[in-house]
Design a protein around this ligand. Structure first.
Ligand SMILES: NC(=O)c1ccc[n+]([C@@H]2O[C@H](COP(=O)([O-])OP(=O)(O)OC[C@H]3O[C@@H](n4cnc5c(N)ncnc54)[C@H](OP(=O)(O)O)[C@@H]3O)[C@@H](O)[C@H]2O)c1
Length: 254
């Protein structure tokens, strides 16, 4: 079903995006992998092309740079421009501080990436899907888009925004034969917490202390599930958590 399809993934240099790249390649899809760290993308491209018989395009792309997004997508070239599936995965959290003690620079990064970046990538890719009357947008949201928690006002706000964008877009796309899905995970062990705590590995490790979190592969498997439903079926939204996590803030630790 995914063989020879073209899948565009943002934030494919690590974590969930990287796992999605391998999962789609295993299904025979050709991949446009994007992120800021081109060296990592090149390594992933080489390994995937070695292992699976698919084509991979690695493109350096900072989704918070609007001009760069427009230019990269516009210049994809004939072989790559007919994108079938967009996985809007790139995103980050910065800090876990109370609002009145927080650094506004982190707010800019989160809003510019998680919201404005996702919006411009979606606009540029969906335009081409609308012309072809086919496509599927899969957004990686978060449990933080359903439940606010202390220290998460801006991150949660960005993920609530992603949820609203998914819901509006799904309605707009009905007449264009384009599906919109949102996958909203709880705790997934990736580089996410390390980025959130500005490289503090100890603090990042503690997030997952005493419990088994989801892996990036668990989410990639769910993305593939959404992408392989029959034409008449759409998965609107999936909330996926580790078995020992019940809400954004409540988890059982041994
Ligand atoms: N881990 C969790 O617990 C969890 C839970 C719920 C939702 N999520 C969401 O899942 C998504 C993926 O996160 P992850 O857990 O896989 O974290 P990760 O391991 O830190 O990966 C994040 C990816 O996003 C990319 N990225 C960050 N800023 C970018 C920008 N401005 N432009 C382009 N790419 C950018 C990074 O690549 P470069 O640094 O190379 O650009 C990296 O590939 C995020 O949207 C996150 O909010 C994560």
């Amino acid at each position: 079903m995914l063989k020879n399809k073209i899948v565009f993934i943002t934030g494919a240099s690590a974590g969930i995006g990287e796992a999605c790249a391998y999962a789609f390649a295993k299904e025979g899809a050709n991949l446009i992998l994007t992120a800021r760290r081109l060296d990592r993308l090149q390594e992933i491209k080489e390994e995937i092309e070695d292992k699976f018989s698919v084509n991979v395009l690695a493109e350096k792309l900072d989704i918070s740079n609007r001009d760069e997004v427009i230019s990269v997508i516009k210049n994809l070239g004939e072989q790559w421009m007919n994108i079938d599936i967009l996985v809007n995965n790139a995103g980050l959290g910065r800090g876990l501080n109370k609002l009145h003690e927080d650094d506004p620079n982190g707010w800019d990064e989160m809003i510019d990436t998680n919201v404005k970046g996702l919006l411009i990538v979606t606009k540029e890719v969906v335009k081409t899907m609308v012309r072809r009357k086919r496509g599927h947008v899969i957004n990686i949201g978060s449990i933080a888009g359903h439940q606010a928690y202390p220290g998460g006002s801006v991150y949660c706000a960005t993920k609530f925004a992603v949820r609203a964008i998914s819901d509006s877009l799904r309605i707009e796309m009905l007449e264009h034969n384009i599906k919109v899905s949102s996958i909203d995970p709880g705790m997934v062990e990736t580089e996410f917490s390390e980025v959130r705590f500005y490289g503090d590995k100890e603090k990042a490790k503690n997030v997952y202390k005493g419990l088994k979190p989801l892996s990036a592969e668990d989410i990639a498997e769910t993305v593939i599930f959404c992408a392989t439903r029959p034409k008449h079926v759409n998965i609107n939204e999936i909330i996926i958590m580790p078995s020992v996590q019940a809400t954004a803030m409540v988890a059982h630790r041994e």
